[in-house]
Design a protein around this ligand. Structure first.
Ligand code: FMN
Length: 219
């Protein structure tokens, strides 16, 4: 791919406020987008995410009631993805999940697990001081889910699919809906963002960005 083509993709991607309700993303394209989420990097590779794909119109309607930032997107998008974030019971360095992950997913041997766990302990306890409270650890996990968000939106744009990231919602109320309507265990999971995908119905607005000279500082 040429650099100009790549920049065209970045200019094509915009926060699409309303989608064509009659145009649906096919399974192959949607799976491609989600594959780029799955392949995203995360700190220590622990993948603090799971994704709920909300296609049920009644559940979308319930979520919409608490999502001021998605009023036109929710009823018109082809696919609505909710990013669930693993809480401290998974993400603490000494959890069973981290042990399982290092052993069964990352295929580390016992010696490597000991070494990596010690690094993770130091990182969480002191380097980044993530264990002061559950919120700090949760926010650290959330940060990583945004890498998957960026990748999903870019990969969608690469195949001509529009998206809108959504953080404009009442977190507590939305989590309650997810618990009641989707059986999400709020002891274990929280939400970081939602993201809608589909095909634009209106032309996109002119992009506004600061000049490179105002944000790049060479030292
Ligand atoms: C994390 C995040 C959350 C956002 N939440 C919303 C939202 O709730 N509703 C919305 O319409 N746009 C939302 N946006 C879109 C931004 O307003 C938009 O990306 C920004 O204004 C730049 O415009 P562009 O993406 O069209 O280039 C969000 C963007 C990000 C990155």
């Amino acid at each position: 791919m040429k650099k100009d083509d790549i920049l065209n993709v970045f200019n094509f991607r915009h926060a699409c406020k309303e989608f064509n309700p009659d145009k649906k993303i096919n399974d192959e394209d949607f799976n491609f987008i989600m594959e780029t989420a799955r392949l995203s990097p995360s700190s220590f590779g622990i993948e603090p995410w799971e994704f709920l794909i909300v296609q049920n119109p009644q559940i979308r309607e319930k979520l919409k009631a608490y999502t001021w930032g998605g009023q036109k997107q929710f009823p018109t998008c082809s696919h609505l993805v909710v990013c669930l974030v693993k809480k401290s019971c998974f993400m603490r360095y000494d959890s069973d999940y981290v042990k399982y992950f290092m052993r069964d997913i990352q295929k580390n041997n016992d010696e490597m697990i000991k070494l990596r766990s010690a690094f993770l302990k130091k990182f969480q306890e002191s380097d980044f001081a993530l264990l002061d409270n559950d919120r700090t650890l949760f926010d650290w996990s959330c940060k990583q889910t945004y890498i998957a968000l960026g990748n999903m939106m870019t990969s969608a744009a690469m195949i001509g699919i529009d998206s809108c990231p959504i953080e404009g919602f009442q977190k507590k109320e939305v989590e309650e809906v997810l618990a009641q309507a989707c059986n999400v265990d709020l002891e274990k999971y929280g939400i970081s963002y939602m993201v809608t995908f589909g095909y634009r119905i209106n032309p996109q607005k002119t992009k506004t960005r600061q000049e490179a000279k105002d944000i790049l500082h060479w030292v």
